[in-house]
Write a protein that binds this ligand. Structure first.
Ligand SMILES: C[S@@+](CC[C@H](N)C(=O)[O-])C[C@H]1O[C@@H](n2cnc3c(N)ncnc32)[C@H](O)[C@@H]1O
Length: 354
């Protein structure tokens, strides 16, 4: 089977990103997958549905990450013992060549066990992104001194709705949160400190996703883990802690498309600062919907006042490459937009004020 070279390139690009981000096992698996695509192996058939896309679109749709999530899910499920046995565990260094051989065998024998998982964009719920979200929320709290009404779009399992309940170490620059918090986030912070003294109070929380993860369902919760790179145990550990906290708290995410949700829930309300926010979600909407979201926010912004302000906080790729991430904040009244930071995709590092 012949597929466009761009797909192989998108896997190679992701392989480099994983390796550079401290996930060499995943980087090696993706490199083998890229070679297999170009050689016309079982990978080529698996990625054929996206053969017409160019490199930018492949990265936006995260095809390589869908595949990586699919094979990690297979490993976590235990359904294919030789795949499970070849994946990393905290007590075991894994050999990516052995893992690739087991995965390739599985793709040959039963491609549907992987293809089905790849139908949907990644359902990651990356808890360390809360370091950016809390810093943005503190800006809003400091500016208006009103309780925040949180409205999250594309929330997945809703773990980042609880950003005010976690504790943070912003490098050696600042700390925020209670010493007894169950979820503890460390990020490599450069630049000035976030406004950790701002009066942050949360009045209410609402969130939507077009396909929320139900934390009561063990298979769905395994899927969340599957999207974490298999050799990044700190991320897996953080996810476990945040899932336990979300279950304790009773986090809820409504099943809804973001455009419809923001139209009804994103309007400013008196006595609270409405904070509409999202992270690594906008790229999964068609360009038309992205424009609709911006227009809807401007319409809501026109109704904002000092007693009913509106803020729009977005941690999203700056370009199609999907690895240059920025945190931007738009505030009404006024509608002024500022880039607050540049950051790593998962919030591992932040350059505040960049
Ligand atoms: C990569 S995940 C990120 C989840 C979360 N925001 C985070 O940062 O961990 C993207 C999420 O956006 C959701 N999504 C994509 N398009 C959507 C839409 N039009 N409306 C609502 N949710 C959407 C997906 O279902 C998925 O859960």
């Amino acid at each position: 089977m012949i597929v466009a070279r761009a797909i192989g390139q998108s896997f190679t690009h992701q392989a480099h990103y994983c390796t550079a981000s401290g996930a060499p096992f995943c980087g090696a698996l993706l490199s083998r997958a890229a070679e297999d695509i170009l050689a016309g192996g079982p990978m080529a058939a698996l990625v054929a549905p996206w053969a017409e896309l160019d490199l930018a679109a492949l990265l936006s749709h995260a095809i390589a990450l869908r595949w990586l999530g699919a094979v990690h899910d297979l490993a976590l499920s235990g359904a294919t013992p030789d795949v499970s046995a070849a994946f990393p565990r905290p007590d075991r260094i894994a050999d990516p060549e052995r893992a690739w051989a087991a995965v390739r065998r599985q793709m040959d024998q039963d491609p549907s066990s992987i293809a089905g998982f790849m139908d949907h964009e990644p359902q990651t719920n990356e808890v360390r992104r809360s370091a950016l979200l809390i810093a943005g929320a503190l800006e809003v709290a400091g500016r208006f001194d009103l309780p925040l009404r949180l409205v999250e779009l594309g929330a997945s399992a809703g773990l980042n709705q609880l950003f005010d309940r976690f504790t943070y170490r912003f490098g050696d620059i600042a700390r925020f949160g209670s010493d007894t918090a169950a979820v503890r986030i460390d990020t490599d912070w450069r630049g000035v400190a976030p406004c950790v003294d701002a009066p942050l109070r949360v009045a209410s929380r609402e969130a939507c996703d077009r396909k929320p993860i139900d934390l009561g369902d063990p298979v769905a919760t395994r899927l969340l883990k599957a999207y974490v790179w298999a050799d990044q145990f700190d991320r897996l550990h953080l996810l476990d802690a945040a899932v336990a906290e979300a279950v304790r708290f009773g986090v809820r995410v409504q099943t809804a498309d973001a455009i419809a949700f923001v139209a009804t829930r994103g309007a400013p309300q008196p006595g609270v600062a409405t904070l509409v926010y999202h992270s690594i979600f906008r790229q999964y909407m068609p360009a038309r919907s992205q424009a609709d979201l911006a227009q809807q926010m401007v319409r809501h912004g026109a109704a904002a006042g000092l007693d009913a302000p509106l803020a729009w906080l977005a941690m999203e790729p700056e370009s199609h490459s999907s690895t240059d991430i920025a945190l931007t904040l738009t505030v009404w009244p006024g509608g002024e937009t500022r880039r607050l930071a540049r950051c790593h995709l998962h919030g591992a590092w932040v350059r505040w004020g960049d």
